[in-house]
Design a protein around this ligand. Structure first.
Ligand code: 13P
Ligand code: SF4
Length: 375
């Protein structure tokens, strides 16, 4: 059914004047953000392209040879080599989201996946330091689930337009407006927002989480399009928030129709953060992890992947026989993470993600409640 109502900062009359948040920014500081860790930095290692570096990184180049031209490899390999050496020295593990560039995802990451998979996997590793190659809310989720570990993010300005669209105070105002209605937050939110809600969800389990509450109506935030998708799959009435992903909202149904008209055999898969006219054209809709599994199982000849552009590179590195036709929308926040700042992060132990312990306790409850849901 269509969503029952949609609210934004301007609809919450009690919201202090002038505090409306602009989408697409990562300016909203909702919990203490990453801070440089004091202490001695390690010296910068040599970044020369030598025979040793070529030999040591040759197996890694095999993984990315279909997406990184040979001429570019000598520029990246010394940093990749230095990161992998430092990781061992520091006792660190690198988590990389599916949207990270292939030289990060395939060459320095220990664990790759969607935002939730990364945080859950991090709880199983022995390393004391986690370097999060993704955006700030992902690093916060890792910290929530691994409070004893040091969680670093190479650039703490890596935000998210969804996480920036809503504050904890907005959630409290929504609760005043809709007393007794449970609140579900997509994991693409700050720890401050997670602390105010009943349960979190990801794009993989959003419908299941909404239905688990056994309520006739649920507030679902902050992604209006994911909310619309969920509403189309359940009888629960959905009250949504006016947030959107600045990457996925740019796709248009008409561009997908043009791909299909040019080649009717093409397969189109899309992330549920896309607008409904885009999802209407897709052969499959799913989270980043579900999309990757779909491609592994179906092995389509030609594919349009309607999501962040680097994910298509990462899939093509693994499955070079799948021809990718892609409109290339990059997430500027994800792209703040580079080989150079990952190396810097390991050298300086910066920037550390910290969350106020009392707030973390409440936010963790919402994440763990989702994780503990039975499949
Ligand atoms: P996933 O959790 O499905 O990987 O998505 C995160 C995200 O930011 C999508 O834009
Ligand atoms: Fe946020 Fe969209 Fe970037 Fe994902 S792709 S991190 S939802 S801005």
């Amino acid at each position: 059914m269509p969503i029952t109502g949609i609210y934004g900062p301007d609809d919450l009359t009690n919201r202090p004047h002038g505090q409306a948040l602009k989408q697409g920014t990562s300016e909203v500081i909702t919990s203490p953000r990453a801070v440089p860790v004091p202490g001695p930095a390690l010296p910068m290692p040599s970044l020369e392209w030598t025979d040793d570096v070529e030999r040591a990184t040759a197996p890694l180049y095999e993984r990315v040879k279909h997406v990184i031209p040979p001429i570019e490899w000598p520029l990246m390999a010394p940093t990749i080599h230095a990161i992998n050496e430092l990781k061992r020295e520091r006792g660190a593990v690198i988590l990389a989201h599916n949207y990270q560039a292939p030289e990060i995802f395939h060459c320095v990451a220990d664990i790759g996946g969607d935002s939730l998979q990364l945080a859950v996997e991090a709880t199983k590793v022995k390393a004391g330091i986690i370097v999060q190659c993704g955006v700030h809310f992902m690093a916060e989720t890792s910290k929530l689930l691994n409070p004893e570990k040091t969680v670093l993010i190479p650039d703490s300005r890596a935000g998210c337009s969804l996480a920036a669209s809503i504050t904890g105070a907005d959630v409290r105002l929504l609760r005043e407006k809709f007393p007794g209605v449970p609140v579900v937050a997509y994991v693409n939110t700050s720890a401050e927002v997670k602390a105010e809600v009943d349960i979190c969800c990801t794009s993989s389990n959003a419908v299941q989480v909404v239905e688990s509450l056994n309520a006739p109506t649920v507030i679902f935030l902050p992604d209006r399009y994911l909310a619309t998708y969920v509403a189309s799959k359940t009888d629960v009435k959905i009250i949504a928030w006016k947030g959107a992903c600045e990457v996925h909202e740019r796709f248009k149904g008409e561009e997908l129709r043009a791909y299909r008209e040019a080649d009717p055999s093409v397969q189109i898969i899309a992330h549920p953060e896309c607008p409904p006219d885009v999802l209407a054209e897709a052969d499959f809709t799913g989270s980043t992890a579900h999309m990757i599994n779909w491609v592994r199982n179906k092995r389509p000849r030609r594919l349009v992947m309607i999501t962040e552009c680097s994910m298509a590179d990462n899939v093509r590195a693994e499955l070079p026989d799948v021809e990718m036709l892609r409109p290339c929308n990059l997430c500027p926040h994800m792209k703040r993470i580079t080989l150079a700042n990952i190396l810097q992060s390991l050298l300086t132990r910066g920037e550390e993600v910290t969350i106020d312990p009392a707030l973390a306790m409440r936010a963790r409850r919402s994440v763990e409640r989702m994780i503990n849901l039975k499949n």
